[in-house]
Design a protein. Structure first.
Length: 318
């Protein structure tokens, strides 16, 4: 409770212990009305994974509301967050909160029943299904008991096709998670065949997931959006070099800007992938990132497309 009162009364001054110089950078920041962050990490996190979160879902919703954002998608690697989104929405009105399910080992991997349960959670807040992330076979040693496979011998597994049919049945958004680039393209192709309408490739130029421009353009050709995230290590090229000298948080450098130009704003969705301790919050990342985009030559209409319209379309919103 103390944390939430603190957020409501002094978020711009002392959030995350940022120095006043860092806070001042966003004092004249752009309006975030209409902005949706589709990739907001929140607590309560599990000790099964070595990840720490600075905010729980209620804190995150309060931050979004204070800064005037339209909404967030709450993400957690080991459980569904549709039920969290429903409960948070009862506590923090005035901001749109959604959730999803990541198909890691803890929910049974490629589990269409878990997907359907998430989709049918009260309130209709479950909107996104993620292919495996930390448990993806591409991210784990061969033979790992933790790994969740999506393909074998160049073919998607039958259970993956079952999941994709469930995604289509409930008109959910699909994220490619942390599967390999080749697997992501197979998933997108099969998802389109199954009738899935809204797909995005999860940060293919960040976090150890690497897609070539040719592969990203192939994903776009098949109807997927490409996610570009605001988090990362070592911001270079335009705008503030660092936000917190002890914890560089932006990686919105020349390569990501070049990727956005090559792909075209109509094919890009910008998110934060934030929520970690010691870093700026979701809203502050947009407040700092949007001016960088503007200074790099993107028009306001293009910025709105990547931060407002494309996220809304992915989630089935108007």
């Amino acid at each position: 409770m103390k944390l939430r009162i603190w957020i409501l009364t002094s978020v711009l001054v002392s959030l995350l212990g940022l120095p006043r110089a860092a806070t001042a950078q966003v004092d004249d920041a752009p309006s975030l009305a209409g902005v949706i962050d589709i990739h907001a990490h929140v607590a309560p996190e599990t000790k099964l994974l070595n990840f720490k979160r600075a905010f729980d879902g209620i804190d995150a919703a309060q931050i979004a509301r204070i800064y005037g954002m339209r909404g967030l998608v709450l993400k957690e690697h080991n459980t569904e967050t549709a039920s969290w989104a429903y409960l948070v929405s009862q506590v923090v009105p005035g901001v749109e909160i959604y959730g999803g399910i990541v198909l890691n080992k803890a929910v049974g991997g490629m589990n269409p029943v878990a997907v359907e349960s998430m989709a049918l959670t009260r309130g209709g807040r479950g909107r996104v299904v993620y292919m495996p992330t930390v448990d993806a076979a591409a991210r784990n040693p061969p033979g790992s008991a933790r790994a969740v496979a999506v393909s074998r011998n160049g073919q998607l597994l039958p259970e993956v096709l079952d999941v994709l049919r469930m995604v289509a049945k409930y008109n959910l958004a699909l994220s490619t998670g942390h599967v390999s680039a080749d697997e992501a393209l197979m998933v997108i192709r099969a998802a389109k065949d199954a009738g899935v309408k809204n797909i995005y490739v999860q940060h293919p130029n960040h976090g150890g997931i690497v897609m070539s421009m040719a592969q990203m353009k192939e994903a776009v050709r098949m109807g997927a959006l490409i996610e570009i995230v605001l988090s990362g290590e070592g911001f270079t090229g335009g705008g503030p070099k660092v936000i917190n000298a002890d914890n560089p948080v932006m990686d919105y450098g020349p390569q990501k800007l070049a990727d956005m130009r090559a792909l075209g704003p109509a094919n890009v969705v910008i998110s934060t992938d934030l929520g970690q301790p010691g870093r700026v919050n979701y809203a502050q990342a947009f407040q700092i990132g949007i001016p960088v985009l503007a200074k790099s030559g993107f028009s306001q209409a293009e910025i709105d497309m990547m931060t407002k319209q494309n996220p809304a379309r992915l989630l089935g919103l108007k």
